[in-house]
Write a protein that binds this ligand. Sequence first.
Ligand SMILES: [Zn+2]
Length: 295
Amino acid sequence: MDMISLTVLLGLLGAAIGSFLGATVWRLRARQLSADRLAGQTYSKQEYRQLQSISRGMFGISDRSHCLHCGRILAWYDLLPIMSWASTRGKCRYCHKSIGWLEPIIEIGTALFFMMSLWLWPFGYGSGGLIALFAVWLVIGIGLIVLFAYDAKWLLLPDTIMIPVIILSALFAGGVVITQGGVFDLGWLGSLLGSVAILSGIYWLLWVISRGAWIGFGDVKLGLALGLILGEWQLAFIALFVANLVGCIIILPGLLTGRLSRRTRVPFGPLLMIGMLTALWWGNDILAYFIGIST
Ligand SMILES: [Zn+2]
């Protein structure tokens, strides 16, 4: 199969999976609110009531997606990626309330992620091991997309998704070393530890110093996963730099115009993920550029 057909195939697969992920994010939220309620923590009662209808069965086959407003069970034609959303201009077909932007953004985002992953994959497809590694990468990406959306919306990185992502990222790091044939040259280990120290250790220190006020422990765990994925301290450094740069570009105008206050909490997760993708996909080009201008 040629690259163009593969790109189209992965794009369609990504949109279909993205449609499922959109519903998954809401179900995760519903479960979180139920858990908060049982634990006696403060939670939004209105949000809890609204999400009650979808709080059962995250992966159950009989489970069907519901409208968050009127609770109607959605038909198959309401669940088509992007097309359903566009055909009703983002409104529920039954009660005409706005569905919001989350679903189409996740569907388009997952499709783009799958297609770009194919083209920008840095390790090649020369062996069965490398193709398996690419498949693991796509699964990690699916987890990261859920975490991205959840953190952007509710400033939290749920463990239900985070723990599997960390385990897969450790497998991925091992897979990279084995397929690159560097197991017996222990230099990779130092670079991997450096990568984890840069992306997780720094956040851990900030978390300890501020006693969890500046950042959440979820960012420390996410940094661990992203550090394992990148596996090289130079790439981790680029990821951290890009995350901070993008953060400043987004936050500064808000601070200057007074739309954001100093107390506004910033979701670091999505910023770190953008940094990691930049480093994985273009990091070596960026490094080559800077080495080029310094010699
Ligand atoms: Zn409705």
